[in-house]
Design a protein around this ligand. Structure first.
Ligand code: AGP
Length: 371
């Protein structure tokens, strides 16, 4: 009913709008007054965390994209090697796991059969298995050694939105917590990041308040055949997520690439008028930033219509952007929390313009309980 949707036409719109609150709720009670993290619910002792020598993340779909971003955060802050794999592939090879491996399953529903079977496989190999989950008391939290709930509230729309942002918050918390327990060369940075995380609900709110032009852009592109997404570093999984949203909601061809891979093949796809959405890393990452700015120049010279997501005040991209979408300036690792939102709004609006029901896209179920 309209009341359940809080006055919005679709649950997805409501859930996108709820993101500042959802992010705040994921942080709630986990940052102490002294700025130290406590994640007791994970049921892993400091001694056990010090024993871990590798982290393996398993997940599907959007949750897998959260896992890809987690890898950057964990390797940087926690200094542990981290692998990420789609859950449906995991147990069909011979993953090397033992009691010093920490496996993290990421699943909104806690019921995806592919992820559940991977969890069981990991436990059989004696790995310690944690999950990041949104649904209290679902199957995965019951079968894992520990759980970090995202507390995003129920998500009805088939497309994951607020649960993705809160999964990101959860993986940042875990990476920073491991750094806190094990010690890291980034001690001061870890402390500063925890403080910054606490400000993210406002940044998310700020992005939401500037989405009018993104909606307009989406409506103007309702008839295009294909959209490409480019990113680097954590912007690469953001690009993959943007493409997945567009496929599932607008039934359009969409692909995400690591911008550095363009020259190895995908640049051949660029033709006159093809919309390409590019996630630009913060200017502070000068080398990456400048490389992606030259990618934007290259594709534009070949006729692409460039839609650029960059931090506010980044004037270097202005000459090469057909459309510029500004997001608040945040450290690179946290940028997915702000850069993903325009992509959610874009695909939701474009699909709606095509007349699709964004809450119930064809052929899809909210949780996939078969392998
Ligand atoms: C996301 O928009 C999709 N509906 C889908 O990829 C989803 O993320 C995937 O099926 C995993 O679900 P889970 O997080 O509940 O395990």
């Amino acid at each position: 009913s309209a009341a359940e949707k809080g006055g919005y036409d679709y649950f997805m719109l409501k859930e996108i709008a709820e993101q500042p609150r959802a992010v705040a709720d994921t942080l709630l009670g986990r940052i102490g007054r002294d700025g130290r993290l406590s994640l007791d619910e994970m049921h892993i002792t400091d001694a056990q965390l010090r024993e871990i020598d590798k982290i393996v993340i398993i997940a599907c779909g959007t949750s897998y994209h959260a896992g890809l971003i987690a890898k950057y955060a964990i390797e940087h802050w926690a200094g542990l090697p981290c692998e990420v794999e789609v859950a449906s592939e995991f147990r069909y090879r011979d993953p090397i796991l033992n009691s010093r491996t920490l496996v993290i399953a990421i699943s909104q529903s806690g019921e995806s059969m592919d992820t559940l079977m991977a969890v069981r496989h990991a436990r059989e190999q004696r790995a310690r298995v944690l999950c990041i989950c949104n649904v209290n008391g679902s199957t995965m939290p019951r079968e894992c050694d520990g759980v970090l709930y995202t507390h995003a509230g129920p998500e009805v729309g088939v497309a994951a939105t607020k649960t993705f942002l809160t999964q990101l918050v959860a993986v940042y918390l875990i990476a920073l917590y491991i750094a806190q327990v094990r010690g890291t060369k980034w001690g001061d940075e870890v402390f500063a990041m925890v403080q910054l995380l606490a400000t993210m609900p406002e940044k998310v709110e700020q992005v939401l308040s500037t989405m009018g032009p993104v909606r307009e852009l989406a409506r103007s592109l309702a008839d295009v055949k294909s959209v490409l997404f480019l990113g680097r570093h954590v912007g690469f999984p953001v690009a993959l997520e943007g493409a997945l949203k567009l496929k599932e909601l607008a039934y359009m061809h969409a692909e995400g690439f690591a911008a550095g891979e363009l020259k190895h093949g995908p640049i051949a796809l660029i033709e006159e008028g093809l919309p390409v959405i590019v996630v630009v890393p913060p200017r502070a990452r000068d080398v990456l930033h400048d490389k992606i700015v030259s990618n934007i120049q290259e594709i534009r010279a070949r006729g692409a219509r460039t839609i650029v997501i960059a931090e506010e005040g980044d004037t270097s991209v202005v000459p090469y952007s057909d459309t510029l979408i500004e997001v608040p300036a945040v450290p690179t690792l946290l940028q997915p929390l702000v850069a993903t939102i325009p992509l959610q709004v874009f695909s939701c609006e474009l699909a709606t313009a095509k007349g699709h029901d964004v809450d119930q896209p064809r052929n899809l179920a909210k949780s996939v309980t078969v392998e």
